[in-house]
Design a protein around this ligand. Sequence first.
Ligand code: SAM
Length: 217
Amino acid sequence: MMDERRRMVQDLMERGYIKSEAVRRAMERVPREEFVPEDERHRAYMDMPLPIGEGQTISAPHMVAMIAEILDLEPGMKVLEIGTGCGYNAAVIAEIIGPEGHLYTVERIGSLYERARRKLRSLGYDNITVIHGDGSQGFADEAPYSRIYVTAAAPYIPDPLMKQLEIGGKLLIPVGSDKFYQELVLIERTSADDYRSRNLGGVAFVPLIGKHGWKFH
Ligand code: SAM
């Protein structure tokens, strides 16, 4: 598995998804096979999303690499993830922000929340807190965050997420109404009242369901 992981990382570097030493090191350390269901383990190091139950997916490795690079993370940062899924993406981000940083991650489906929480704890990720709830409302208890990223597609940018960013903080979120195509949007809070937004191109995510997401699916 270790060899397969190294090959995957090498491939992501050659294809330009992994650019920094921090992301390379993180993705070399996190065992993706631990996060996928038993019968998907043989595909753990293929660059594709895989089913994790409840109609949800673990994101493709290149998407996790892209998110980690775009977020421009630093050790010690406080980060909020919306959509824990199996917890793989969370583990990669937690490796980069290190023990002085902290990642809060919110999942709406109880069984996925429970499985991710146990898995992350058993792998020793003390700098991750998994929360069961509707992440379209963010997680106000620990705000503000240096970075917020959403791994499910929203119909619009949820206002609570913008408000929970620190000044200088960044929010990465897929936005769009099409099931198979959304735009990845990066928002930077430049002052208390100002935000700058950039469109980073097309992606395909499962829907964000909640108060500031889709109502039915
Ligand atoms: N980050 C994951 C990984 O490691 O690959 C992928 C997550 S999956 C593509 C998106 C997740 O978002 C699903 O588990 C889904 O249940 C969750 N989700 C959807 N709406 C949500 C909401 N309002 N709050 C929290 N989680 C939500």
